[in-house]
Design a protein. Structure first.
Length: 272
C-alpha cells in the first residue's frame, strides 16, 4: 500500500509568486536606466513587484510552519519562494530606510544664497529649515576656494565630471582669470533616476571658487543621492588639486646673505 505525500500548496504558490516578483523587480531597473519607461511607470511596477514579493514571503513562512506539522513535501519550493522574496524585499527595505534617514529636499547646493542655475528647471524654493537639515546631513557639501586660475580649475572640474559618466547639457568655460564658467550635466543613479548637476567656477583675485548644485528631475525623494554626490565630488576635487599643487615645480628663492650667499663686491673691494 502506497502512502501519498502531498505537496504543500502554500509552498507551490510561494515559489510561483516569488519567481514572478523577482524579474518584475529587476527588469524595470534596466528599462528605466535606458529610458524605455518613465519614472512614474517604474515606481508603479516596483510597488507591484514588492506586493507580490511580500505575499510570497508570507506564503513561504506559512508553508514552513505547515510542512513541519504535516510532513508534506515542498521544502525546496518554500525555500525558493523565501529566497526570491527576500532578494526583492531587502533592496526595497534599504531604499525605504534611505528615504526616512535623509532630508526630503531633492535640491542640494553649496551656495544657498546664489544657487547655480539649472537648465532643466528652476528648482524649488528652500526654507531656513531646509538649509539647516541639509547642512546637518551633508557637512562636506561646501563651496571650495583654490589658489589656481579659473580656466585651469574649470578644466579639472570638467574632467572629473566626465570621468563620473555625467552627460553634459550646457557648458561655458571662463575666458579670463576673473570670469565665471559653468557646466550643466545629467547624472543617472543606480536605479535609473536622473539628476541635474551644476558646477560653477568663479575667478577671484587670489584664485577661483567652485560652487556645486545637484537637483533631482523627479518629485520623489532622492534618497540622499544629491548631497552624497556633491560631497564625493568635492572630496575628489580636493585630492586632485592637492596632488597638482604638491607636484607643481617650485621656483627656488634667491639665497640671502644670512643663508651663506656672498655679499656684493664694491669698487673698494675689487681685487687688484
Amino acid at each position: 500500500m502506497r502512502i501519498l505525500i502531498r505537496t504543500s500548496k502554500w509552498a507551490i504558490w510561494a515559489r510561483r509568486l516569488g519567481s514572478f516578483a523577482l524579474p518584475l523587480a529587476i527588469i524595470p531597473v534596466f528599462l528605466h536606466r535606458e529610458r524605455l519607461i518613465s519614472s512614474a511607470d517604474f515606481h508603479i511596477i516596483e510597488l507591484v513587484a514588492g506586493g507580490f514579493a511580500l505575499l510570497a514571503l508570507v506564503l513561504a513562512l506559512g508553508a514552513f510552519a505547515r510542512l513541519w506539522v504535516t510532513g508534506d513535501q515542498g521544502w525546496a519550493r518554500a525555500t525558493l519562494g523565501l529566497a526570491f522574496s527576500l532578494i526583492c524585499l531587502i533592496p526595497m527595505a534599504f531604499v525605504g530606510w534611505l528615504a526616512l534617514t535623509f532630508p526630503t529636499v531633492t535640491d542640494v547646493s553649496t551656495d544657498f544664497v546664489d544657487r547655480p542655475p539649472l537648465v532643466s528647471s528652476t528648482g524649488r524654493v528652500l526654507t531656513a529649515a531646509d538649509h539647516a537639515a541639509l547642512e546637518a546631513a551633508f557637512p562636506n557639501a561646501r563651496s571650495r576656494s583654490y589658489p589656481i586660475a579659473a580656466q585651469q580649475l574649470f578644466d579639472i572640474v570638467e574632467q572629473l565630471a566626465l570621468a563620473n559618466g555625467w552627460e553634459p547639457r550646457a557648458r561655458r568655460a571662463p575666458t579670463t582669470p576673473l570670469d565665471t564658467g559653468a557646466l550643466n550635466a545629467i547624472a543617472t543613479t543606480l536605479l535609473g533616476w536622473r539628476d541635474e548637476v551644476v558646477l560653477r567656477v568663479r575667478g577671484t583675485a587670489i584664485g577661483a571658487d567652485v560652487d556645486m548644485r545637484s537637483a533631482a528631475t523627479h518629485a520623489w525623494s532622492d534618497l540622499g543621492e544629491n548631497g552624497r554626490r556633491i560631497e564625493q565630488f568635492l572630496i575628489a576635487l580636493d585630492g586632485r588639486i592637492t596632488l597638482m599643487l604638491r607636484d607643481a615645480p617650485q621656483t627656488p628663492a634667491a639665497p640671502t646673505e644670512s643663508e651663506g650667499a656672498a655679499p656684493p663686491v664694491t669698487d673698494d673691494e675689487t681685487p687688484g
